[in-house]
Design a binder for this molecule. Structure first.
Ligand SMILES: [Zn+2]
Length: 316
């Protein structure tokens, strides 16, 4: 009896077979569904690269974050310059332990009681917490090579490096201190322009910083302006373009109004490399393009040149 029933079912109809097979199938199905859950370890594997690797937007190479940091946030393969924070940049330029920060605690006041999607006050608090900066510029006196100088470094990470009254006031105080102490000024800019939350008060910073640079220039002291990606609008229309020497990082976007605004206004076709550091070098707006890794050495060389006359006069 047993033998006939076993032979009949597989031979008679294969379609019937599932009637017998389902029980084991169910068992295997459950194990199969369990397995994918275990395979969820794949997502863990995905999590690891996210924190450790960065994809270069220019050449699409995956770069180990530690390597990127060691290379001053420059792609080791194609030389693409990633954004770099103000503190990291200062660290990359300044002689160890020589940076004396000025006005480190200066913060903006919400004069206009600005209310948009969120209030200016809450925006400031949020960015101060996220960046551990008080505003979009860090200023101080320092030593680069053998040169004592006044250094201002902007940070795009703080509200798009926008220039409000704190950025303007800190830079003005820095320039005035440099004038008083007869020091060169170096300002490394990156900015989306004036800070709209402060309205007219942010626009006034353009005149204020420019005036302080004029006094600095009257004392025949050098000012080097370094433009990094991106430097635009109100900052570009004031201190960023007033340098005795204007340098830029490779590939930096530099301009006043955005390309779309210019295209709509002029009704002209814009060249493909419009508003890049390279385009502006060819057209004479900037003096040199300096890769980040060479910036310190080049600044020293330029300062040697720019202060040679003063040193010779002092010696004689
Ligand atoms: Zn690259």
């Amino acid at each position: 009896m047993d033998t006939t029933s076993f032979t009949k079912k597989p031979l008679g109809n294969e379609k019937i077979e599932p009637a017998l097979t389902p029980p084991p199938m169910v068992a295997t199905q459950t194990t199969f569904t369990k397995k994918p859950k275990v395979v969820a370890g794949k997502s863990k594997k995905r999590d690891i690269p996210e924190g450790l690797w960065t994809k270069c937007p220019a050449c699409e190479t995956m770069i180990f974050d530690k390597e990127l940091d060691e290379n001053l946030k420059v792609c080791p393969k194609c030389g693409h310059h990633f954004p770099i924070g103000s503190r990291e940049r200062i660290h990359s330029l300044v002689e160890t332990c020589t940076f004396e920060e000025m006005d480190a605690t200066m913060t903006s006041v919400d004069v206009l009681r600005f209310k948009g999607v969120s209030t200016y006050k809450s925006k400031l608090e949020q960015y101060q917490k996220n960046t551990t900066l008080k505003d979009a510029v860090v200023t101080g006196l320092c030593k680069i090579g053998s040169h004592r100088l006044a250094l201002g470094v902007m940070d795009f990470g703080f509200l798009g490096g926008s220039m409000g009254s704190v950025v303007g006031e800190k830079l003005t105080r820095l320039i005035e201190r440099a004038t008083e102490k007869e020091m060169p000024v170096v300002i490394i800019s990156t900015s989306g322009g004036a800070r709209m939350y402060e309205g007219m008060f942010s626009l006034m910073q353009m005149a204020k910083t420019s005036a302080s640079l004029a006094y600095h220039a009257q004392h025949r002291l050098p000012y080097i302006s370094v433009l990094t990606h991106p430097t635009t609008a109100g900052v570009m229309a004031s201190y960023a373009t007033l340098g005795d020497l204007i340098l830029a990082e490779p590939g930096a976007m530099i301009g006043f109004a955005g390309p779309r605004v210019i295209k709509d206004t002029t009704q002209a076709e814009l060249p493909p490399d419009f508003q890049t550091a390279e385009f502006l070098l060819n057209h004479g707006l900037i003096d040199a393009i300096v890769p980040r890794r060479e910036m310190k050495a080049r600044l020293i060389a330029y300062l040697d040149f720019l202060t040679a006359g003063k040193k010779a006069a002092a010696a004689s």
